[in-house]
Design a protein around this ligand. Sequence first.
Ligand SMILES: Nc1ncnc2c1ncn2[C@@H]1O[C@H](COP(=O)(O)OP(=O)(O)OP(=O)(O)O)[C@@H](O)[C@H]1O
Ligand SMILES: [Mg+2]
Length: 285
Amino acid sequence: MRLATASQMVAETATAEAHVECAALTRSFPAVNGTGELPVLGPISLSIRRGEFFSVIGPSGCGKSTFMDVLAGLTTPTGGTVRFEDKPVVGGTVPDGIGAVFQQDASLPWLSVWENIAFGLRRRGTDPVEIKRLVDYALGFMGLTPFAHAYPNQLSGGMRQRTCIARTLVMKPRLILLDEPFAALDAQTRLLMGDELLRLWRETNATVVLITHALDEAAMLSDRVGAMSARPGRFIELIETGWSRDRDSTIVSDPGYGALSSRLWSVLRKESMKALDHSLGTEKE
Ligand SMILES: Nc1ncnc2c1ncn2[C@@H]1O[C@H](COP(=O)(O)OP(=O)(O)OP(=O)(O)O)[C@@H](O)[C@H]1O
Ligand SMILES: [Mg+2]
């Protein structure tokens, strides 16, 4: 693994303050059979540092998207608290400074790609000249310039997802929440988009919480990876990668990368089997 330089270590110490704090956080939903509550998440007590790139991995259905919804203020915790920049996140509104990219396609079908990306900036009342500059730049780095005037139904799933990522990033959020943003992309594009995301993260000093099912992606991109248990999702391990801030996808040839990916898999293997047993209905009480 790469060693951080002295100046990076100073920068990291200076930014080590908590940006997001979860304390005894839980979320349940009414059980589908109508009897009682289904615990989906937690308890989670976790502090995410300002400027940190934090990834969440965990078996399917363990509560990752629910965790993101709670952090984004889209759903109310059942128990415990979430704080962003020292203010409570209670559900109902997305706090200023948080930008979210969802697992499902959230492009606006009646707007062109250009207008999709400009959507939030227009609502915010940004100056039209600045909107044009930001949107054109975002189209460029997302490789969407030739499709600026296309509509979402004329795009591939990966291109629609890139449109949604661009729409969130132009708002310059201080906390970027990404739920499987690269799932619809091929492996090569995924690596390159990962590089773009790292570049943006460095340029903006934003805090990133990335939910991914791709262990290699988590190993390559993150400062720290949180591995979740099967439902109800709790963090069973928090793994510091030790990468320097100026990393990119060439890290995959670093000997430490292979070791990290296999460590993530060994943490998750048992939990993924548990999750599969749940969904096959073969679990034993
Ligand atoms: N609104 C809801 N009402 C009832 N149950 C819900 C609701 N949202 C999620 N769940 C349940 O909560 C559990 C966790 O769902 P969630 O979408 O958070 O999982 P996930 O880890 O993101 O899964 P995946 O990896 O497949 O995306 C699932 O069992 C799901 O059925
Ligand atoms: Mg999900």
